[in-house]
Write a protein that binds this ligand. Sequence first.
Ligand code: ADP
Ligand code: TRP
Length: 321
Amino acid sequence: MRILTGVQPSGHLHWGNYFGAMKPIIDRQDQGEVFVFVAQYHALTTVHDAEKLRTATRDVALDFLACGLDPAKACLFRQGDVPEVHELAWLLSTVTPMGLLERCHSYKDKLARGIPASHGLFAYPVLMAADILLYQSDCVPVGRDQKQHVEVTRDIAAKFNQTFGAEVFRLPEPLIAEKVAVIPGLDGQKMSKSYNNTIGLFDDPKEVKAKIMRIATDSTPLEAPKDPDKCRVFALYRLFADEAETEEMRQNYLRGGYGYGHAKKALFEIYQRKMAPFRERRAYLEAHPEEVEAILRAGAARAHEAARATLAAARKAVGLD
Ligand code: ADP
Ligand code: TRP
């Protein structure tokens, strides 16, 4: 089983990215063949600053490796190192109905947020389909906001196979872990860099603590029982906690005599505890950029190998052989 995901290098990774996209894939590296790439071409639809793109690309690679992606098992590469994806994207675009793209929420949301409508932004799902199909991915772990793009990918793949009468592409399934489907941000909306409500994965602990302390809670008095399922602090705590820890926290809320301040402190502590080994590994990798570069190059070579057969089959199907 091949599991693939892309992460845009368009900013600082936050808890939503980690629990929604990174952790589910890192947890699966023992179960299947995992491919992770830095989606630089997708980021270019919104980032037009070369230095920013370079730095953010490096950061995504460091973050994945620091959080436990093991290059001996998983394939980590830069999208820009396998530019063949564009040839496939073009072939796919010729069978992609305009209406399919016009219905994409993500495009409409981006326009609503003031991002100028460009051809790249509109064609974004076709390039994403090419990413997924080029590597014959079975399963694509993404946050709920990206589910529609995986469905669009299935539609495009089926249309291509049908149009050219060849089974070139495997149809991928989105994988959305329900517990983490939408990680709430500091204000209760989806955590997203566009809403300015994120907590960074590797931010300065002091800053993280200050952000946690600012999370709005209701005015239930300390002594009174509280509903954990209505509390943002609990929603974030359970991401880091195992089952026993989650249950214990749930009981604290239900019992009463446990204030939101206590819960916030517990959230900060569990974050610090779980992140300590990641921080250490990230510092090591930052000091050894040549090791990171070697991992990315080896990843690109492996990705190339996997891409070659699919592209040849697609070219043959359309008559470009
Ligand atoms: P942002 O919303 O901050 O711009 P991206 O769109 O770059 O984040 O998301 C990168 C990946 O992280 C995607 O797979 C996305 O679904 C996932 N993701 C982002 N925010 C969340 C969230 N709040 N909850 C769950 N998954 C998320
Ligand atoms: N669109 C994804 C996002 O913004 C990134 C991405 C690009 C991706 N290509 C992909 C995710 C292929 C999964 C599979 O998060």
